[in-house]
Design a protein. Sequence first.
Lengths: 250, 328
Amino acid sequence: MKIAVCIKRVPDMETRFKIAADGKSVDQAGLKFDMSDFDGYAVEVALRLKEKEGQGDVTVISLGPSVVQETLRKALSMGADRAVQLEADPVPFDGLAIAKALAAELKDGGYDLVLFGRMAIDSSNQTVGPMTAELLGLPCMTAASSLEIAGGRATARRELEGAAEILEFPLPAVVTIDEGIARPRLPSLKGIMGAKKKPLDVKPAQLGEEHLTVTRMELPPERTGGRIIGEGPDAVPELVRLLRSEAKVL
Amino acid sequence: MANVFAYAETRAGELRRVAFEAVSAARQLADAGGGGEVHALIVGAPGVAAKAEQLGRYGADVVSVVEDAALDKYSPEVVAATAAQLIGAGAFRAAVFCASAQGKDLAPRVAAKLGVSMISDATSLELKGDAIVSQHPVNTGKVVATVTLTGSPAIVAVRPGAIAPVEAARAARVESVKPAMDPAVARVVPKEMIQGNTAQLDLGEAPVVVSGGRGLKVPENFKLLEDLAAAFGNAAVGATRAVTDEGWRPHSDQIGQTGRLVSPDLYIAAGISGAIQHLAGMRTSRTIVAINKDREAPIFKVADYGIVGDVLEIVPVLTEAVKEAKKE
């Protein structure tokens, strides 16, 4: 099975973000970067499918400036076979502009399966996967929390609010991967050494026109918490009083 | 005057609250644009047309209804094709979806079919000249982006709970519409709908969320939180990632960066230390209560009210006190 996984380099979220001087982006100074959480699950799913079949080929694709090569190398060190960087700086915020570049790259790749993470943890748009599927004319399943493939057909589950649904579809297809499906492996030392020799192509991204732009970024108001009202069950009456008279939620 | 389209989500033949939110948001946009019409779409099994007039109450002028026995479950390709056809034919200024699990699947498909960009997970919505401007939380809610979308139709998915449904009663004209695609030829086929506990309110919609972490020690102790939720009467029970990873609670109950994002009126964190990953899912709650034995736990930094102590002792006392308070 030939699988492509589209991955994004994002800042580590365990950070106190600062807004950059332009007022519409995050200050990059001192940030650590890694593969977006859900994309790690997608890479793991691809590797497991390949291992289960005993053969196959996993291509990882990332759109962005040359630093995304670090993220691609990480996926290669996990076990992906080849990587493609679609050069773009900066990465547009508009999902359709990105989907156009990915669709152009994927179109003639002969992939049986194109995987994405459910969403990029930084921009949180959750649009690129299904938009790419539409542009490619492929069946699409979003936010799969399980994925079984047999005889050219796939069965997947999606979590809903207080429910879940099971859908079936034929391959080739585009699937976006939710958390909980497969915990991403850590690259082994052998994997890290081997990744250096794997092919990494660099091509210009054929981005679509941008109609969605970020015009401002700000930090949400800080919560002024930290008020401990007491210890043990004895504090409950005071809590109930505050919930009624101050917070007015009871 | 510009007309605005709204997708009204159903589940098991019933309109969901997010359907009214989408129609309300569309009404606001239409009014801001000079008082155009709101056209809503409902898709479901025969019988769903009976729900159409409810949308009139929130400002829909026209409700297009697709009734088909094969559409009792959400069929992504059929609904996307039908929505795109209606939006494309109607010269709408904008089309509003809800950023629910279903809406997040549907809206990008529709946008790509129409060849237009979209705003995701909008927490506000404003018409400014020839653009739509929204706020959209990024970086797990630690940063708020203001985004501007140009072009028409503008596709917008609004975050559940962000835009309260407001009554704006109209006598909606109901039209029967054929699906733009035969459900039998759809490639992506819905096979099964697994209903969760329907007696329980959904996490995203409940005014009160009672959430538990590892501090509950064993899965059976979640019963204490269910009792507390029952005492409130309008509460849902959530959990941390540590708990869902252990399999104590279903994955769909996870609140956090990679799970559900909630912002209820009251959030009670019981036995939760407050990892950044969890805070990302609940920090926008209006009032936060934390109960934890560790005084230094980070959850207390975001909590409006904290009690230091053993959740297993405190929660049952709180449950009784809430029951008493509800009686009065």
